[in-house]
Design a protein around this ligand. Structure first.
Ligand code: ATP
Ligand code: MG
Length: 439
């Protein structure tokens, strides 16, 4: 035998046992997007490297060490998209979608980051991204956040907003997803704050770890994001961004909070929430689960009013979020409901001519009952071995078409899941009607 070729580390096969959760999640997302008037946009997986280094920032984790970058046959530097916002902004500008108009867009698909694979962190993973363009006020920030809260409700991960209590406590959100909120202010205000932060950490360099020392002059805000337990006291005593916010950002944030309060959605203001990408301003938020260990952030987003211009478009207000589907599927699995859809029936045939008649019967049943899930035995075997396969498939009924049935135009229907139920003879013209009661 030849040597087995293995998949690339951190790039997973999603197997049939898991795909029902994925399908449920994706369908719920599509329905949710439609219910808020968001339209789908489909974007390439590959973009010019320059797009990401310019949009995400040269000194971010993603651009410094996580991108899959290679030269194509023409020598152009291309990168597998590590996130969707940059490509979405590029596509929206290029196709004239941002010219004097508001856009509500979403996309769903794989992203690629060369990270250390572990539970909840992969090298190919999937995100839904939602981006709203052309709206500068806090209303749209609130809409996006309420939309995510509704999503948890629809997925059965958390009560929908109308059912929560409206207190700013963790418990009011029920289950275990917490909304964290912060404001990064304007880029100008952040620059002033950045100076203060550099001053503070520079005076305490001996307490910093290697990563933080490196970030001190390139991206000092990211030190606040450090997960190193030894740095937590130092970080807790650092100057606070909230003390440096400009009035416009302050008013925006206060109003956003008022919208969330009015909707009864609980949140926690986390002054240390800075996010790993450079393009954010004003609102940033994350939804964090306590059921996933260290990889607990299932959804993250914020406002990025400067990005469109940075990528060559006209100044355009923008806000969005991305949610990691692997982590959401993991939560669906924690909450346990099985979504595997067993077939309703499994068709067995035996004897001359029965196999062909069976195939045609199956087609007619599917004509009559579009929702019927019917498996036709296609790999031979005697009645006993076919019945075993029928049972293993999880079907409710085995439909048996052997010589006698064929001669007398009926099917023997053997219930496989219901105790004490006898085998029935159902005439072929009545079979669809019979099955329709079990769909
Ligand atoms: P983290 O802090 O976990 O690295 P991030 O800030 O890099 O997350 P974003 O770029 O904001 O993440 O992506 C949004 C969401 O996408 C995350 O909250 C997470 O659910 C998911 N995500 C990000 N990176 C990965 C990954 N490597 N594997 C699986 N999911 C991921
Ligand atoms: Mg990351």
């Amino acid at each position: 035998m030849s040597k087995i070729i293995q998949a690339i580390r951190g790039m997973n096969d999603i197997l049939p046992a898991a795909t029902p959760h994925w399908q449920f999640l994706e369908q719920t997302l599509r329905d949710l997007m439609a219910s808020y008037g968001y339209e789908e946009i489909r974007l390439p997986l590959l973009e010019r490297t320059e797009l990401f280094s310019r949009a995400i920032g040269e000194v971010t984790d993603i651009v410094e060490k996580e991108m899959y970058t290679f030269a194509d046959r023409n020598g152009d530097s291309l990168t597998l998209r590590p996130e969707g916002t940059a490509g979405c902004v590029r596509g929206a500008i290029e196709n004239g979608l941002l010219y004097n108009q508001v856009q509500r867009l979403w996309y769903l698909g794989p992203m690629f980051r060369h990270e250390r694979p572990q539970k909840g962190r992969y090298r190919q993973f999937h995100q839904i991204g939602v981006e709203a363009f052309g709206m500068a006020g806090p209303e749209i920030d609130a809409e996006l956040i309420l939309m995510t809260a509704r999503l948890w409700g629809k997925l059965g991960l958390c009560p929908a907003p109308e059912n929560s209590k409206g207190e700013n406590s963790q418990a009011a959100n029920g289950k275990n997803l917490t909304l964290q909120l912060n404001s990064l202010g304007s880029l100008a205000a952040r620059a002033v704050y950045r100076e203060q932060l550099v001053k503070y950490f520079s005076g305490r360099q001996e307490q910093l770890d290697e990563d933080s020392k490196r970030r001190l002059h390139t991206n000092p805000l990211r030190i606040l994001d450090s997960k190193n337990p030894d740095l937590q006291t130092l970080i807790a005593n650092a100057p606070r961004l909230s003390d440096y916010l400009d009035d416009d950002a302050k008013a925006h944030f206060t109003e956003l909070c008022a919208y969330l309060d009015a909707a009864g959605l609980a949140y926690r203001i986390n002054p240390r929430l800075v996010r790993g990408l450079d393009y954010y301003n004003k609102t940033v938020f994350e939804w964090v689960s306590d059921a996933l260990g260290a990889q607990g952030t299932v959804c993250a987003g914020g406002r990025y009013d400067g990005l469109v211009e940075q990528i060559g478009g006209k100044p355009t207000a923008a806000v969005g979020f991305a949610a990691g589907l692997e982590r959401l599927v993991a939560l669906l699995e924690v909450h346990g409901e099985s979504r595997i859809q067993a077939p309703h029936a499994y068709l067995i045939t035996a004897g001359a001519g029965a196999s062909r008649a069976g195939m045609l019967l199956a087609e007619r049943l599917r004509d009559a009952l579009p929702n019927l899930r019917l498996i036709t035995n296609c790999d031979g075997g005697n009645l006993k071995s076919q019945l075993k396969k029928a049972d293993k498939s999880g079907a409710q009924f085995a439909l048996i078409l052997a010589e006698q049935e064929l001669a007398e135009n009926y099917v023997s229907v053997k219930p496989l899941r219901m105790q004490d139920q006898q085998q029935l003879a159902v005439s072929i013209p009545a079979l669809a009607e019979f099955l329709s009661h079990y769909l």
